[in-house]
Write a protein that binds this ligand. Structure first.
Ligand code: PHE
Length: 326
């Protein structure tokens, strides 16, 4: 039977030609010629359709075996051909997977911005202990035991005499104990308060403290310094106001509010004042000769105002979706 011969002939020429096809282009031409929609194998199936019904089962089976054999041979040839990139699962021309970039934590960004603003007007950066004794955190700052002002800052005690500092003002005392005037320092760091955690307060936050002590500093100089800071930080048209306030370690004292035009309200950003003469004498300074001013601000608060963040806890949850935005 002629179909029988054709099958054998096809097998032979298939193998011969396949062994000569080397490049991927040759292999592709080969595939079209033999296995393509109008190729030799397809025309065999057409002839098969014309066969009388009683011959169909036998040839049908043979043709299907042939089809499988030829396809396998072709696939093997393709797999062995190194030039063909799909023969190898690695496509070296694909771009690599990119690893997610880390980013600097928003609090760190704000802190370094604050530092560089104050450094540009001659402040040095100082550091102080997060665990301190009652004396440096309270007593030397003119906050004696049982003073009602201690209630302003709920304290974590490490032991009866050691506290997690409730503000960075403890660094004022360390600085003054260790050097003579003139002083012009800022200090950034963590502070701790035993407060109910909510969207607006967390048990830990960051402050920047400023301290200037010399023979001439004045309330006016403090105002100018803080106005400069606010303009640099929030933009030169930012409205701000000084409001009388009270801190045991400064006299007179004030708080600074800036106008938040998005929320249409004043927002407190820092406390400040002239260093209380009692504090100067506590560290052995001559309070007739020297005077100074100090200020303290919450970094989270500044970041929240600047970036429109509504929940302080976000800074401490390490949620990448939040952090990636900065
Ligand atoms: N220590 C004060 C606070 O934590 C802020 C402050 C610092 C006020 C320095 C005046 C001078 O609220």
């Amino acid at each position: 039977m002629s179909l029988n011969k054709t099958i054998k002939g096809l097998k032979t020429s298939f193998s011969k030609e396949l062994s000569k096809s080397k490049t991927s282009q040759e292999l592709e031409n080969f595939r079209i010629k033999y296995l393509g929609r109008n190729g030799k194998l397809a025309s065999l199936f057409e002839e098969f359709n014309k066969l009388p019904a009683n011959e169909k089962p036998r040839f049908g089976k043979e043709l299907n075996i042939l089809k499988n054999q030829l396809t396998n041979l072709y696939q093997d040839a393709l797999g062995n051909n190194n030039e063909n990139s799909s023969s190898n699962d690695t496509d070296f021309s694909l771009p690599g997977y990119s690893l997610p970039n880390g980013s600097i934590h928003p609090l760190e960004q704000i802190t370094s911005e604050i530092k560089s603003i104050f450094q540009s007007i001659g402040f040095s950066v100082a550091y102080g202990p997060e665990i301190d004794d009652d004396y440096h955190n309270f007593e030397a700052l003119n906050v004696p035991k049982h003073h009602p002002a201690r209630d302003m800052q709920d304290t974590f005690f490490v032991n009866p005499n050691a506290v997690l500092r409730t503000h960075t003002s403890n660094v004022q005392i360390h600085l003054m104990e260790n050097q003579d005037p003139p002083l012009r320092h800022i200090c950034c760091g963590r502070v701790f308060r035993n407060e109910a955690v909510s969207y607006k307060s967390f048990c830990l936050f960051n402050q920047v403290e400023g301290l200037v002590v010399n023979e001439t500093s004045s309330f006016a100089e403090m105002k100018g310094t803080l106005e400069y800071f606010v303009r640099e930080m929030f933009g030169k048209d930012t409205k701000m106001r000084f409001r009388p306030s009270y801190f045991p370690f400064t006299e007179p004292s004030a708080e600074v509010d800036i106008w938040n035009s998005k929320l249409d309200q004043w927002m407190e950003i820092l406390g400040c004042g002239m260093v209380n003469p009692n504090v100067l004498s506590n560290v052995g300074y001559d309070n007739k000769k020297y005077q100074g001013f100090a200020f303290g601000m919450g970094i989270e608060r500044i970041a929240m105002i600047k970036y429109g963040i509504k929940d302080i806890r976000l800074f401490y949850q390490n949620d990448k979706r939040f952090l990636e935005q900065f």
